[in-house]
Design a protein around this ligand. Structure first.
Ligand SMILES: Cc1cc2nc3c(=O)[nH]c(=O)nc-3n(C[C@H](O)[C@H](O)[C@H](O)COP(=O)(O)OP(=O)(O)OC[C@H]3O[C@@H](n4cnc5c(N)ncnc54)[C@H](O)[C@@H]3O)c2cc1C
Length: 604
C-alpha cells in the first residue's frame, strides 16, 4: 500500500450540516477526540439553505401548543408509519434544543414581548417554527459552526469519504480523498457518525445542492447497514419553474404561511377543491378564515395551501396535467394579493420574506410584492434512509451512527416542514453523545492495509479507462431523467420495473466510465465516484416503491391510488445481500404504547 496520510479520532463525523455539527459539539463535550469531514467548505453545507424555520412546541405564540400536539401532527403528517419513539423524542426535546441554540448566540425573530417568534407551516396545528426571517439555516449553521470551532473540533474541509472501513463486524474508520490534490487520506475511528444529508441530485428537478448525492445512504448500505422507507421521497410543492436555469430552486412554504395563495390559470384557488378527510376538521371553510389564520387568529383554521406537502404537490400536478397550469408549466403562488388586506403590504413582504423577494428579483426579474410567482414541485427531501435506534441513533452496524436527513424514521411517509432543522438538533445531539460513549467502551480497532489498497485502486479505475470511455456526466444525466420520469411524484408498477431495468444498464455503463488528466479538482472523476452512490440510492427508491402497493405520503402509486391499512403495519427495508445484490423485505412496525395512542386520538 502506498503511504497515505492517516488521522485517528475517537469519533469521526462525516458531514458538517446541522446534524454533523451538533453531533461534533456533543461528542467533544463528552470528552471524545472528534474529526469532522465535509465535501465543501465549512458553512456551505446544504443546511445553510434552509429558509422557513425549525419546529418546536415552545408555545410562544399560541399557548395551546405542546409536545403532545407536535407529536400528533408529526405522526398524522407521516401517515403513521413513522418510528413513533423518534417522533416522541423529537417533539419532547426540540424546545430545549432551540433554546440552547439561542443561548449559544442564535438571533431569532422576536415576539413583541421578546420571546422567540414562531410562524405557521404546513401540517403544524399552531404557529411552531422558530425562525430568522427566511434565512433560518444560515443562522443555525453560523451558531453551531462557531461553537464547533471554539470546542476545538478538527475539521477536514473539501474531503470526500468514498468508503467506510470495518474491522470484522465493527466500524473502524473511513477512506477519503481531498478535492484540491486528489490524494487519499485514511481516518481511523472507533465510532463514525454519518450526517451526509439528502439525495436530491438523483433527480432532474431538485432544490438540493450539488452535495446531495446520497453518499451516506450508499456508504452505510455498502458497509452492511439497513436502509428503510426509501420509497418516501418528498416533492416540495413550490419550486421555481422559470427561467429554466433556476428550475427547482425552493420557494419557501413561509410564503404560504404569510398568506400566499395558489391559483391556476383560470384564477381559481384550486386547493379548496380537494381537502383530505383526515384534515377537513382542521382546514378553513373559506378564504376569509384562511387569511385570519395566517394573521394569528386563534379561532381560525389553516388555509388549504398549508395542507401537507405531498397533498399540495399532487394537487398542483393535477392542475398542470389537466391544462390549467401557468405559461411555464407550473401554477401561480400569489403573496402580492395581500395588498387588499394590509396597507403596507409591499414593505411587509420584503421584511418577512427578504430572500424570496431577492431570489425572484435577481433570478426571474419579478417583483413578488406586485406579481404572482410561477411554481411547481421539486425534489426536496428523503424521508427514507439509514435505519437507526431511536435512543442512540446507532445503525445495524456496530459503531456506525447516523443523524439528520440521511437517517430515517421520524418522518414516516411525509415530513412536515420545519421538522428537519429540529431533527438535526435533537438527533445530532443524541448521535454525538452515544457515539462518544460507544467509542469509550470499545477496545482499539485495526484497518486491513489490503482493504484500503483495494478501495483506492477501485476509485482510480476511471483514470485507467481514460477519457475516451463512457462519459460520467452523460450517465448521471440519464439517471436524473429516469428518476424524474419513472420514479417521481406519480408512479406505476410497470414504470418502476422500467426504471430498474434502466438503472441496471447505468450500472454497466458506470463500470465503463472513464476520465483523463490530473487528480486535482477533477469534477469528472468525482462524478464517477458519485455515480456509485446515486445508483444505490436510485435502485433502493425504485425497489422500495415496488414493494409498497398503495399510496401513502410522498409515495403515490397510480395503480394503487388508495391507502391500504394492511400497508400501515410495515416499513420497507433494503439491505445488501451476501451476493452483492439488493434485498428488499418488510419489517413490522412495533405497536405504539397506549399513552401515545391516546395522545393521537385526543389531538385528532
Ligand atoms: C432550500 C431548502 C430549504 C429548506 N428549508 C427548511 C426549513 O426551513 N426547515 C426545515 O426544517 N428544513 C428545511 N429544509 C430541509 C433541511 O434543510 C435539510 O433536510 C437539512 O438541512 C439536512 O441537514 P443535514 O445536517 O442532515 O445535512 P446537510 O446540511 O445536507 O449536510 C451534509 C453534509 O455532509 C457532507 N457530505 C456529504 N457526503 C459526504 C461525503 N461523501 N464525504 C464527506 N462529507 C460529505 C456535506 O459536505 C455536508 O457538509 C430545506 C431544504 C432546502 C433544500
Amino acid at each position: 500500500m502506498p503511504a497515505i496520510q492517516t488521522f485517528a479520532y475517537d469519533v469521526l463525523i462525516i458531514g458538517a450540516g446541522g446534524a454533523g455539527l451538533r453531533a461534533a459539539i456533543e461528542a467533544t463535550a463528552r470528552g471524545a477526540t472528534v474529526g469532522l469531514i465535509c465535501k465543501s467548505l465549512l458553512g456551505k453545507a446544504h443546511t445553510v439553505m434552509a429558509e422557513g424555520g425549525m419546529a418546536a412546541a415552545m408555545a410562544n405564540v399560541d399557548d395551546r401548543d405542546s409536545w403532545q400536539v407536535h407529536f400528533a401532527d408529526t405522526m398524522r403528517g407521516g401517515q403513521y408509519v413513522n418510528n413513533w419513539r423518534m417522533a416522541e423524542l423529537h417533539a419532547r426535546e426540540a424546545p430545549d434544543r432551540v433554546r440552547e441554540l439561542e443561548a449559544w448566540g442564535a438571533v431569532f425573530d422576536r415576539t413583541d414581548d421578546g420571546r422567540i417568534l414562531q410562524r405557521n407551516f404546513g401540517g403544524h396545528r399552531y404557529p411552531r417554527l422558530a425562525h430568522v426571517g427566511d434565512r433560518t439555516g444560515l443562522e443555525l449553521i453560523r451558531t453551531l459552526q462557531d461553537h464547533t470551532v471554539h470546542m476545538g473540533v478538527v475539521v477536514h474541509m473539501e474531503h470526500t469519504v468514498i468508503e467506510l472501513l470495518r474491522d470484522g463486524g465493527r466500524i473502524a474508520g473511513a477512506l477519503a480523498y481531498d478535492r484540491e490534490r486528489g490524494r487519499f487520506h485514511l481516518f481511523a475511528a472507533r465510532a463514525v457518525v454519518l450526517a451526509t444529508g439528502g439525495i436530491g441530485r438523483a433527480y432532474r428537478v431538485t432544490s438540493n445542492s450539488w452535495e446531495s448525492t446520497g453518499d451516506g445512504h450508499a456508504l452505510a448500505y455498502r458497509a452492511g447497514a439497513e436502509l428503510i422507507d426509501m420509497e418516501f421521497v418528498q416533492f416540495h410543492p413550490t419550486g421555481m419553474v422559470w427561467p429554466p436555469s433556476v428550475k427547482g430552486i425552493l420557494v419557501t412554504e413561509g410564503v404560504r404561511g404569510e398568506g400566499g395563495i395558489l391559483t391556476n390559470r383560470e384564477g381559481r384557488r384550486f386547493m379548496f377543491d380537494d381537502i383530505p378527510e383526515n384534515y377537513r376538521a382542521q382546514t378553513a371553510a373559506d378564504a376569509e378564515e384562511g387569511w385570519r389564520y395566517t394573521q394569528g387568529d386563534r379561532n381560525a383554521r389553516r388555509p388549504p395551501e398549508l395542507l401537507t406537502r405531498d397533498h399540495v404537490a399532487r394537487c398542483i400536478v393535477r392542475e398542470i396535467k389537466e391544462g390549467r397550469g401557468s405559461p411555464h408549466g407550473g401554477v401561480f403562488l400569489d403573496i402580492a394579493w395581500i395588498k387588499e388586506k394590509l396597507p403596507n403590504a409591499a414593505e411587509h413582504i420584503r421584511r418577512k420574506l427578504p430572500s424570496m423577494y431577492h431570489q425572484f428579483k435577481e433570478l426571474a426579474d419579478l417583483d413578488i410584492t406586485r406579481e404572482p410567482m410561477e411554481v411547481g414541485p421539486t425534489t426536496h427531501y428523503i424521508m427514507g434512509g439509514i435505519r437507526v435506534d431511536a435512543e442512540t441513533q446507532q445503525s445495524s452496524v456496530p459503531g456506525l451512527f447516523a443523524a439528520g436527513e440521511c437517517a430515517a424514521g421520524i418522518n414516516g411517509a411525509n415530513r412536515l416542514g420545519g421538522n428537519s432543522l429540529s431533527d438535526l438538533l435533537v438527533f445530532g445531539k443524541r448521535a454525538g453523545e452515544h457515539a462518544a460513549d460507544w467509542a469509550r467502551s470499545q477496545g482499539p480497532t485495526g484497518i486491513d492495509d489490503a482493504l484500503v489498497d483495494a478501495v483506492m485502486r477501485g476509485a482510480l479505475e476511471p483514470f485507467d479507462r481514460g477519457g475516451d470511455s463512457e462519459n460520467p456526466y452523460a450517465i448521471q444525466s440519464t439517471l436524473q431523467d429516469t428518476m424524474q420520469d419513472l420514479v417521481g411524484i406519480v408512479r406505476t408498477g410497470p414504470e418502476l420495473e422500467e426504471a430498474l431495468a434502466r438503472i441496471d444498464g447505468l450500472w454497466t455503463r458506470t463500470g465503463r466510465a472513464g476520465v483523463s488528466g490530473h487528480r486535482e479538482y477533477h469534477a469528472g472523476w468525482h462524478t464517477c465516484l458519485d455515480l456509485r452512490n446515486l445508483l444505490v440510492v436510485a435502485e433502493a427508491i425504485a425497489r422500495s416503491a415496488l414493494e409498497r402497493p398503495e399510496s401513502r405520503g410522498g409515495h403515490f402509486r397510480d395503480d394503487f391510488p388508495a391507502r391500504d391499512p394492511a400497508c400501515a403495519t410495515f416499513n420497507v427495508v433494503v439491505v445488501r445481500g451476501p451476493d452483492g445484490h439488493m434485498q428488499v423485505s418488510r419489517a413490522p412496525i412495533p405497536p405504539m404504547p397506549a399513552a401515545l395512542v391516546r395522545i393521537i386520538e385526543e389531538e385528532a
